[in-house]
Design a protein around this ligand. Structure first.
Ligand SMILES: Nc1nc2c(c(=O)[nH]1)N[C@H]1C(S)=C(S)[C@@H](COP(=O)(O)O)O[C@H]1N2
Ligand SMILES: [Mo]
Length: 353
């Protein structure tokens, strides 16, 4: 009996291009996911997972095609690199699947999700080198029309079915993976004051801030620059979820002063567009001014004064933003006409001094 079209091996060049597109897709959605904290972006996380499963299928087909070549070949740098690429790709896919099923890993300041991100970036780097020796443009004749379409439809359907099965298995087994937020993060210490994880990613680790020497300044593109002592900050409350890209989230009532009231007091210029929140360490992040009005500078969490690790005296609470944007140990709110692009570097190097 003849095999159905979708079971036969795909054209090599079409497969290779699909792999390239597949890696590009999961890389792009993976990177975008790190900046997404609103439920309206749930599709980014969903398609990242689906894309990963389809990619796993493609890698399987590719390995089936090249296995003889690898086994029979003389050792060469090109082959060694290809093998390394395959191994790292499988490791990246495996780490993602393991996370979904509730696995954890303790790598000091990092966890399984950080490893997953790291492996993904290594795949991208190795792929660039791999393409330097392997890049070929496809020709029209490589596409076998209906066959190719069928085969890929089958692959995507299989990916979606696997994804559905995963959800069912996870909730049946009640794994740690079954209670994930749409971002993939798992709950830790919600509504329990300071009892949630302390994370300073990369290397930000300042000494305790003395609040008698500390003050909060509100300056930049404003008519009335201001300075506040710790005791002057309070009166507002906001419930919000802190969701760290390392894979946990925590929901709390945060108390402090709303950024809207600070802005109203300082009178931003008509051209003011961004608000930059700056830590004593140099770490900083900015929000568009309209969104900033919805944020809070918190002194307390669930009624308890913030501990040093959580950013005492003051930390940013930015609803709908990922944890790395919730700047701790804030000492300055700078209103700006343009976005401060150096913040993208500052969050990596602020602790390295
Ligand atoms: N100044 C400063 N703020 C920071 C960080 C940092 O390293 N330095 N880490 C961010 C990250 S990655 C997260 S997830 C949250 C964690 O807040 P927590 O330690 O209170 O849980 O703080 C954010 N604010
Ligand atoms: Mo984080």
């Amino acid at each position: 009996m003849a095999r159905p079209a979708w079971l036969t091996a795909p054209n090599p060049r079409v497969l290779d291009w699909s792999l390239l597109l597949g890696v590009g897709f999961v890389l792009a959605t993976g990177i975008v996911s790190l900046f997404s904290g609103r439920p309206s972006r749930a599709w980014v996380f969903l398609t990242h997972g689906l894309g990963g499963l389809v990619l796993a299928g493609l890698v399987g087909l590719k390995l089936r095609r090249v296995r003889h070549r690898v086994a029979g070949a003389r050792q060469s740098a090109v082959i060694a690199l290809s093998v390394l690429l395959a191994v790292v790709t499988l490791a990246a896919l495996t780490s993602g699947v393991a996370w979904v099923f509730g696995a954890s890993l303790d790598l000091g300041p990092w966890g399984l999700l950080n490893l997953h991100i790291g492996l993904g970036l290594v795949v991208a780097a190795l792929l660039v080198v791999h393409l330097r020796s392997r890049f070929r443009l496809p020709s029209r004749s490589d596409f076998e029309g209906r066959r190719t379409a069928l085969r890929y439809t089958a692959l995507v359907v299989a990916g979606a079915a696997t994804y559905r099965a995963q959800t069912a298995v996870n909730s049946a087994l009640e794994t740690a993976g079954s209670e994930r937020r749409f971002t993939g993060s798992r709950e830790e210490g919600s509504d329990d004051g300071n009892g949630f994880p302390v994370t300073s990613w990369v290397a930000d680790d300042p000494g305790p801030v003395d609040r008698t020497e500390w003050s909060l300044s509100v300056d930049g593109a404003v008519a009335d620059p201001l300075e506040f002592d710790y005791e002057e900050l309070g009166g507002d409350e906001r419930r919000a979820v802190l969701d760290c890209t390392s894979g946990w989230y925590s929901e709390h009532d945060w108390q402090g002063v709303s950024v809207a009231s600070l802005l109203d007091a300082a009178n931003p210029d008509a051209e003011a567009r961004w608000v930059s929140f700056r830590s004593v360490t140099g770490y900083r992040w900015s929000l568009p001014i309209e969104e900033a009005r919805d944020a809070l500078l918190a002194t307390h969490v669930d009624g308890d004064r913030l501990t040093h690790g959580h950013g005492f005296p003051v930390r940013l609470v930015a609803p709908g933003r990922r944890g790395f944007q919730w700047v701790k140990w804030v000492e300055e709110v700078r209103i700006k006409r343009r976005r401060d692009h150096s913040e993208r570097v500052a969050i990596f190097v602020s602790g390295v001094r």
